[in-house]
Design a protein around this ligand. Structure first.
Ligand code: ATP
Length: 393
């Protein structure tokens, strides 16, 4: 029997997917928590979007999803894209809209969330899905009251398979069979970072949505909302640096902001952070943001660029190594920042190619464990070679 033919009653198959219900993840929602609990939550959870309107960016995806609901259609969904872009938040907000409830307890009757990265077998998952999918939707006051705004797709149950790209191919094969078996009363939402790790048969059963890294304005909207709600003292250049360094990842933006906020809060004599409206916090500056993410400061990158483009190789190498040691920078961080700066320069295409191809090669060697100081010299050589091409015209 092929994997594809495997039935739900088959014996255990090792897969690497596991079960965690929305109950466990219910901690995510700050909305239903008492204030003091909500206050101790990480901001990424406290400010997790509760409705589709709270989701920043991804306008096209949200329009399509809203249309599905308006037309009472819900295909199996696949949300994929880099971390921290709102895949999980969007499906949870979608579930609240479909089932017309904000209560985690009510949602628990309709939504099962499975996380593939915890290590339990497909046999466990199969059992959980089987039990969950085979119980009928019953509308009661304890669960859902169908209202004018509750669409008929609320009759379907929703199973969210998070981090599905961590599933073995055996598990994925078993899963497509499960999806078919329960299509009459269950819709699946598969969430993954990379689609190339998902098998084609699984992909073809879902409508795919790619969650791209969030653009700066989308990040800004949410980050400014948090700054205002938490009364964070931060200057404008620091906000710009935060958004730039987050590289489209909202989770990263909020985590860095919260870390800087904690760093800006004075401590009492026992080393405990002071709290309350009267606490005078330090202003968060651009420097605090760069320090928090351990990214090279723009002035250091400028100094490295200047020396590489204008001074001789020996001087340039000494300067680069001095800045690296003084600021504790890794070559990979410097490579990324310098590559971005070099791309901003107006140079002939063959110079740009020389720089980018050379630096990509060095980045690969560093990732493969190449010697840091030899690769630093190689990096200096690549940039200087480009500078010489410019000088020759
Ligand atoms: N588009 C967004 N709008 C508003 N908040 C967002 C958005 N994307 C992410 N966030 C914030 O970042 C946190 C993490 O988001 P979420 O778990 O939805 O990301 P994800 O794309 O599923 O990431 P992963 O692939 O790592 O699971 C959320 O709790 C929320 O606070």
């Amino acid at each position: 029997m092929s994997d594809d033919e495997m039935d739900l009653d088959d014996g255990p198959v090792d897969t690497g997917i596991t079960f965690s219900t929305i109950e466990a993840k219910g901690k995510r929602s700050a909305a239903n928590l008492p204030v003091e609990v909500g206050d101790s939550l990480p901001w990424v959870e406290k400010y997790r979007p509760q409705s589709l309107d709270d989701v920043s960016g991804h306008e096209d995806i949200l329009t399509t999803i809203n249309k599905f609901i308006d037309q009472n259609k819900l295909p199996h969904l696949l949300f994929y894209g880099p971390p921290g872009t709102g895949k999980t938040s969007t499906i949870l907000a979608l579930a609240r809209r479909i089932y017309n409830t904000k209560s985690e307890a009510a949602l628990r009757h309709h939504v099962l969330e499975l996380n593939a990265s915890d290590d339990r077998g497909i046999d466990v998952v199969r059992e959980q899905i089987k039990t969950f999918a085979s119980t009928k939707q019953i509308f009661s006051s304890a669960k859902l009251e169908p209202t004018n705004t509750t669409s008929s797709i609320a009759q379907f149950k929703l199973i969210i398979l998070d981090e599905a790209d961590a599933m073995t191919s055996t598990a994925q094969n078993a899963l497509r069979r499960i999806m078919e078996k329960y299509t009459s009363n269950v819709r699946f939402c598969i969430i993954a970072n990379y689609t190339h790790k998902l098998n084609a048969a699984l992909l073809s059963r879902c409508t795919r949505f790619r969650f791209s890294p969030l653009p700066i304005p989308a990040l800004r909207r949410r980050v400014e909302h948090v700054i205002e709600s938490e009364k964070v003292r931060i200057d404008d250049t620091a906000v710009d640096a935060l958004l730039y360094l987050s590289r489209g990842d909202m989770r990263r933006a909020l985590n860095v902001l919260q870390a800087c906020f904690a760093g800006s809060t004075p401590l009492d004599k026992n080393g405990v952070a002071l709290s309350g409206p009267d606490v005078q916090r330090e202003l968060i500056t651009e420097t605090s943001i760069y320090d928090c993410v351990a990214a090279p400061h723009p002035e250091d990158i400028q100094a490295i660029m200047n020396t590489l483009l204008t001074e001789d190789m020996t001087t340039a190498l000494i300067t680069v190594n001095r800045i690296k040691t003084l600021k504790g920078l890794a070559l990979t961080d410097i490579l990324q920042a310098v590559a971005e700066e070099l791309c901003r320069l107006e140079v002939k295409p063959h110079v740009r190619v020389q720089w980018l191809a050379g630096m990509a090669e060095i980045e690969g060697r560093v990732a493969a464990g190449g010697n840091e100081s030899i690769q630093t010299a190689g990096f200096a050589g690549v940039v200087k070679a480009g500078a010489e091409m410019i000088a020759k015209g």
